[in-house]
Each structure stands twice: as C-alpha cells, then as structure tokens.
Design a protein around this ligand. Structure first.
Ligand SMILES: [Zn+2]
Length: 218
C-alpha cells in the first residue's frame, strides 16, 4: 500500500492512512522541497511494537553501502531508511509522533553542523527533527507529544534553558540554540582537554560516518 505520494507502508489501519496522508499533504503545501526529499528517503512506514510508553516511533536510517565506493561521500547528506510508528495512538499524538519521525528522516548532515558545534549530538538531532515538524505547521501536535516524552532523551522544548559545559543555553522559539552565559574559564590543562574533546567531536561528526563506510575486511 502507498501513502500520499509514493511512500510505501505496511500499515493497513484506515485511520492511520487517513492521518498520515493529511500530514503529508500539509508538508507538500508548506515545504514542497521537504516533501520531495521524504519521497526519496523514506523507504517504508511500518508498525512499531514496544512496551515502553515513551517509545512511540523511530526513524531507522539504512546502513550505508560499504560495497559501493561511489556512495562514500554522500554529498547531499540524505539517508534512506524506515520509519516505525505505533499506529493506534490518539489522533493528535499520532500526528505529533509521525511528524517528529519524518523530521528525523528529512534531516541531512548539513542541518546538524551548526548545532553539533555548540551542543551534544543527540539533542542536535532531536531539535532538528522538531524544527522540521514545526516548519510544516505541527507545533501544537509536538506540544501534545512532549507531555509523554523524556526530555533527556528527546531534547528540550522551545523556551527551555539548560546547562552544558558549565554554561547556560536556551532553545529559542525558532529552534535556534543560544548560549546565555560564557563557558567558564578553565585552568590551561583542562581547557586543552576540552578543546581536544570538541575537536574530536567535530571530526567524528564530519568523518565518523565515513569511516563506517569502509569495508572492514579491506
Ligand atoms: Zn526523536
């Protein structure tokens, strides 16, 4: 079966199909270029079985093909994959979870670079997923979902302030991250360690995925 556009789904529940199609139509209207990308990257939408209350959906990117060197650089940063969702949630919550996972699917490496240089990788990716969903007009549905989400895992809501590296950060309404206080001065040896850490993080962000492309037997 196909959803609006050409994304395949293994879910036959009529309510889910109707809600997912409504969501995809709105994305096409709000951001045709994002809709086109989703058509390219989402291979399939499947049913997600879990016993944990907070895990209602998941985007699982495909492993990159290690046997096809021409794909190693992935210039556009798009990743194909499979979207899992619990299809029997209440309508508003289902929409919120679905658009958040579509937001993960739509995220490309270039989106993450500015965030990754400031905050942790996991929150960068969660913030970016919500930013896409908000851009498509689903802020209200995200808010409904946040009530059942764990912030530590899923990232902060807009307006939230938190501490990282001893400095205070805030997520603004437009999903930009602002550092509110300076990162405290450290003794030289600790500063060198922190800088090395950040440098390694950036290298890992840029190259880490490429490394995993290499054929381990080569
Ligand atoms: Zn997420």
């Amino acid at each position: 079966m196909k959803l609006y556009g050409r994304i395949q789904t293994e879910i036959s529940c009529a309510d889910f199909i109707r809600i997912a199609n409504r969501c995809l139509r709105r994305i096409k209207k709000q951001a045709p270029e994002d809709f086109a990308r989703l058509q390219r990257v989402v291979r399939c939408v499947s049913s997600y079985e879990t016993t944990r209350e907070c895990d209602l959906g998941e985007w699982v990117a495909d492993p990159r093909p290690s046997d096809r060197p021409e794909h190693w650089d992935w210039e556009d940063g798009e990743m194909t994959g499979q979207l899992f969702i619990k299809p029997d949630l209440p309508e508003d919550q289902l929409l919120g979870v679905f658009v958040h996972e579509l937001g993960h699917a739509c995220t490309v490496t270039d989106d993450l670079k500015p965030l990754r240089s400031v905050i942790s990788d996991e929150w960068s990716s969660e913030i970016m997923a919500d930013k896409y969903a908000s851009k498509w007009g689903f802020e209200r549905h995200l808010q409904i979902c946040r009530e059942s989400r764990e912030m530590l895992h899923h990232g902060p809501p807009p307006g939230c302030e938190w501490e990282e590296y001893g400095a205070r950060f805030r997520l603004n309404a437009d999903y930009s991250v602002e550092r509110l206080t300076p990162i405290p001065e450290l003794p030289p040896e600790l500063r060198a360690m922190r800088e090395e850490c950040l440098r390694q993080n950036q290298i890992a962000g840029q190259l880490g995925d490429e490394e995993s492309l290499r054929d381990p037997s080569a």
